[in-house]
Design a protein around this ligand. Structure first.
Ligand code: ATP
Length: 257
């Protein structure tokens, strides 16, 4: 069975995430796509993040009608991160223990996130453990993808230079890494844009599904009025109790480490 992990902060999950997961599921015949919200995303330690429970609840709503998509608790607060933050390589190794030998594992990632992969924990091991599906966007070349690989896997400079002329499409197969480029599906939606729109009280219906938009509105997420702030602080305190999170005066939790 072909399965994929799709990791992220999902603060909140949006239509862009769903579009790429649908396209990947179709192209690679994925029977399961696990959306894995990180309790403590290592690359977002300095910014406030909505409590895990809310982000998971929104994923459950967004995937409810999708037969092949599931929200995952692989990086939940109960499974305390081994290294103080949730690293994809730990999650992937843990996930693979439950799979059979015939299962084929993919790791789904946007090209923006992929360009940072050399800075991740054990990037070569990650590339060895799963085939990557990198969601490409216009303006990126195969050379950008090649240059982003961790140094031991990176093709020589003359090769990445030549790859710079080619769009980020097709496949890169190297000893120890298989990277599939998925093009033509990325939408220009980001979670940042949604948080900003919610803060201004704008409609979110073109950015997230209706159940998620309703949840954001009812819970007062991403609002900065005093009443919403107080409400969020209470929620964050209960969600963060015993989890090592600190709550900022603005109501959002700050990572303790
Ligand atoms: P933020 O704006 O808060 O940084 P985000 O929208 O990028 O958030 P994340 O949860 O950080 O969402 O992203 C999870 C994964 O989804 C990452 O691999 C990211 O590159 C990818 N991704 C996010 N938005 C899109 C999109 N519109 N199209 C394709 N991939 C996306």
């Amino acid at each position: 069975m072909n399965v994929a992990l799709f990791g992220g902060t999902f603060d909140p999950v949006h239509l862009g995430h769903l579009a790429v997961a649908r396209a990947a599921a179709q192209r690679f015949e994925l029977k399961r796509v696990y959306f894995v919200p990180a309790y403590i995303p290592p690359h977002k330690l300095r910014q406030p993040i909505t409590p895990f429970g809310h982000r998971y609840a929104m994923l459950a709503l967004a995937t409810a009608e999708e037969p092949h998509f599931l929200p995952s608790l692989l990086e939940s607060p109960e499974r305390r991160p081994e290294h103080g933050a949730n690293y994809s390589i730990d999650t992937l190794r843990h996930f693979k223990r439950a799979l059979g030998r015939s299962d084929r594992v993919f790791f789904l990632i946007g090209i923006d996130a992929f360009l940072e992969i050399a800075t991740w924990r054990e990037p070569e091991a990650l590339l060895q453990e799963a085939e990557l599906i990198v969601v490409s966007r216009p303006g990126f070349s195969l050379g950008d993808v090649g240059k982003a690989l961790p140094p031991p896997l990176r093709p020589p400079e003359e090769v990445t230079k030549a790859m710079g002329q080619q769009p980020a499409a097709g496949e890169i197969v190297l000893p120890g890494a298989t990277i599939h480029l998925l093009e033509g599906v990325a939408e220009s939606i980001s979670a940042t844009q949604i948080r900003q729109a919610a803060e201004k009280g704008r409609s979110l219906l073109k950015l997230v599904g209706a159940p998620v938009a309703g949840y954001i509105r009812k819970q007062g997420l991403y609002r900065s009025e005093p009443s919403a702030r107080r409400n969020r602080a209470r929620l964050a305190m209960s969600a963060g109790a015993g989890s090592g999170l600190k709550v900022l005066p603005g109501g959002k939790p700050l990572r303790g480490k």
